[in-house]
Design a protein. Structure first.
Length: 382
């Protein structure tokens, strides 16, 4: 098949949705498909690396008036949201030209900056829904740190435009919770909607660190408020005897992380660095304060055979409480108490064994084949 994998940006450091997009493209290339990545923004080094792998990147002009890794001025942000609405009803000329090429399937991941109208590509179109961007421009459902039960008026108006765009697409939700919350916020699900959990590449053996050194709690992700970074720093305080907290990632809270006492700031890690950190860690921590979809850092932790500590709000689908991890209420005292449970080596070993069991469900080959089947059905129905 000739496949266009489309996402709004591929700027490093990559988020989970972008990492998934690239892994799926690599898997499809390995199966003999002709895959092209289409995006509005890409880091030059990443573009060169992907080209060397045999994955060409096509860059198209984005509606966004400033790069997605920067904050624009208020007038620029207002302009972007106005163009976002326009992009729900009309595809820009550069994007239209690319979509007019003879693709067998267009697979959309994120369309920020390109517009929801890309879902009416005129080709068999699939969208993997990675977050809440279809119904909320913040992608989190949060306002002032709290999840809203009902969409604000402006978001409901935006979703009315989005509903027109999604009618002809096949939506893939990695979790049932994500699907239900979209319905709750007003998305009219197209008839061809499925729930297919993500897979992830298994690299290395699934065994947690068992050395006699300190217990290492590892955070992997963007250093932003919604990922619970401040909550984690508050819970950690001055540290714990016999334990270390490693924080890997980049983002607006990086200065706070580096200034925190008893915290080892690793910065942004590439694939090799992430694997090394996971191999050294004792427990993965995902303290997000928003309802996570399918966080790849949690999947990586499970595949590495690590117990996972998260919050009841985040509740990542790869964490089964009591089997391979612990859920804490999203407050500093509760999160600290959860971390303290993992100081016990017997608890860590029991939960690590659970992660090794859960890891079997993340086989990427099986996941890739399910996506191929979905493509086949879309092509036949076109």
């Amino acid at each position: 098949m000739r496949i266009a994998q489309l996402t709004g940006s591929l700027l490093e450091p990559l988020g989970g949705a972008e990492q998934y997009c690239l892994e799926l493209a690599r898997w499809q290339r390995d199966q003999g498909h002709d895959v092209t990545l289409v995006t509005g923004w890409v880091s030059p080094a990443l573009e060169a690396s992907l080209a060397a792998e045999g994955l060409p990147v096509r860059t198209v002009r984005s509606w966004r008036p400033y790069p997605p890794d920067r904050k624009g001025s208020r007038p620029a942000a207002v302009l972007f949201h106005a163009l976002d609405l326009l992009g729900s009803v009309r595809v820009s000329t550069p994007v239209r030209r690319i979509l007019a090429e003879p693709w067998d399937v267009v697979h959309v991941h994120r369309f920020a900056g390109l517009g929801a109208a890309v879902l009416r590509s005129g080709r068999p179109t699939v969208m993997t829904v990675h977050d809440y961007g279809l119904v909320d421009t913040t992608t989190t459902l949060l306002r002032h740190g709290r999840e809203l039960e009902r969409a604000p008026l402006v978001q409901r108006l935006r979703t009315a435009f989005t509903n027109r765009a999604v009618r002809g697409a096949r939506l893939v939700f990695p979790t049932e919770r994500l699907r239900q919350k979209h319905v709750q916020w007003g998305l009219d699900l197209p008839s061809e909607t499925v729930v297919i959990p993500h897979g992830w590449r298994v690299t290395g053996s699934a065994t947690a660190a068992t050395s006699g050194g300190p217990v290492i709690f590892l955070f992997l992700g963007k250093l932003i408020e919604a990922k619970g970074v401040r909550l984690l720093l508050q819970a950690w305080g001055d540290g714990m005897p016999g334990a270390e907290l490693w924080v890997a990632g980049a983002g607006e809270l990086e200065t706070e992380v580096r200034a925190a006492r008893s915290v080892r700031a690793l910065g942004w890690l590439d694939g090799t660095g992430r694997r090394a950190a996971l191999a050294a860690a004792s427990t993965l921590v995902l303290p997000s304060t928003w309802p996570e979809n399918f966080p790849l850092s949690a999947a990586e932790g499970v595949i590495a055979g690590l117990p996972v500590v998260s919050t009841t709000v985040a509740a990542p689908p790869v964490l089964h409480e009591g089997l391979n991890g612990v859920l804490a209420e999203p407050d500093a005292a509760s999160l600290r108490a959860a971390l303290e449970q993992l100081l016990d080596p017997a608890v860590r070993e029991r939960l690590a064994a659970g992660s090794r069991e859960v890891a079997a469900s993340l086989d990427f080959d099986a996941h890739g084949r399910r996506i191929e089947e979905l493509y086949g059905a879309a092509v036949v129905a076109a």
